[in-house]
Design a protein around this ligand. Structure first.
Ligand code: HEC
Ligand code: HEC
Length: 212
């Protein structure tokens, strides 16, 4: 290659380099990574799709925004302490605004699929408790709260082990962030067998997609 050839090659290469740098700058300006970072760390445990694989990590996909935000605030302020501090450490190191962005991200994802289990394995009594409660024991129907309003978590299609743990934690006062102690009262009326049966029933129920 002669000198002229080298010079034009150099010009071409430096032009491409300038272009690449410019593209990098444009992308850097246009893509807001703060939203991405908000849920990226969460995804390690809760999944990118909000459907965690390990059953000790709750599925967050499609949970109401108000519920998720309250839990994150409760973890941050050490009002919910039933997970040996994992989530308090997670929430404590982040600003409430960042946590809200993560909550928004998860609340907008489609709800998780139900766990597949043969209907014959599921205790009929669990469905009756969920739908009607038990007036003889002053037990309200779970459905009357769970399923509609934004402050109540959706229980259907959640991990069975997670649901059972929460109910046992309310029952034993390890989880104490329920307003007015509402879930602590309810969980104390339930027997340990009813808790296991309810968790098994709920995990296997499909959850409807909600319009928000
Ligand atoms: C190292 C694993 C891990 C990471 C990372 C993590 N979490 Fe969690 N998360 C947990 C565990 C464990 C629980 C609760 C288990 C329990 O109560 O027994 C939980 C519970 C929650 C709950 C309560 C859900 C419910 O149904 O009540 C929310 C909301 C939540 N996490 C959001 C987040 C967000 C947002 C992030 C990222 C900022 C995050 N988590 C990062 C492990 C993790
Ligand atoms: C009067 C309303 C009400 C009724 C009835 C009710 N719950 Fe709840 N439940 C709540 C509230 C409120 C919370 C969230 C508490 C908080 O803010 O942390 C909750 C939380 C829970 C959780 C934790 C979910 C999670 O994602 O961490 C489980 C499990 C649960 N309830 C199960 C039940 C079952 C099973 C029944 C029926 C036997 C029932 N609840 C009846 C109000 C109710």
């Amino acid at each position: 290659m002669n000198v002229q050839g080298l010079a034009s090659l150099y010009a071409l290469l430096s032009g491409m380099l300038t272009l690449l740098i410019a593209m990098g700058n444009v992308q850097g300006d246009m893509i807001d990574t703060s939203g991405l970072k908000a849920w990226e760390t969460c995804a390690m445990c809760h999944g990118v799709d909000g459907v965690s694989h390990m059953d000790r990590f709750p599925k967050l996909a499609g949970q109401p925004l108000a519920y998720l935000t309250k839990q994150l605030r409760d973890f941050k302020l050490e009002r919910r302490l039933n997970d040996n501090g994992t989530m308090t450490a997670m929430a404590g190191s982040k600003m409430m605004k960042t946590l809200q962005q993560a909550a928004k991200y998860y609340s907008r994802l489609p709800p998780p699929p139900a766990f597949k289990r043969s209907p014959s394995a599921i205790d009929r009594n669990a469905q009756i408790l969920f739908e009607n409660g038990d007036p003889r024991r002053n037990l309200p129907a779970c459905r009357s709260c769970h399923g509609t309003a934004a402050q109540f978590p959706r229980l259907k299609a959640q991990h069975e082990a997670y649901l059972a743990k929460q109910l046992l934690d309310f029952r034993g006062n390890a989880r104490r962030n329920d307003p007015g102690g509402v879930m602590r009262k309810i969980a104390k009326i339930l027997s340990p067998k009813e808790i296991v049966d309810l968790a098994m029933y709920l995990a296997a129920q499909p959850r409807q997609k909600e319009v928000r």
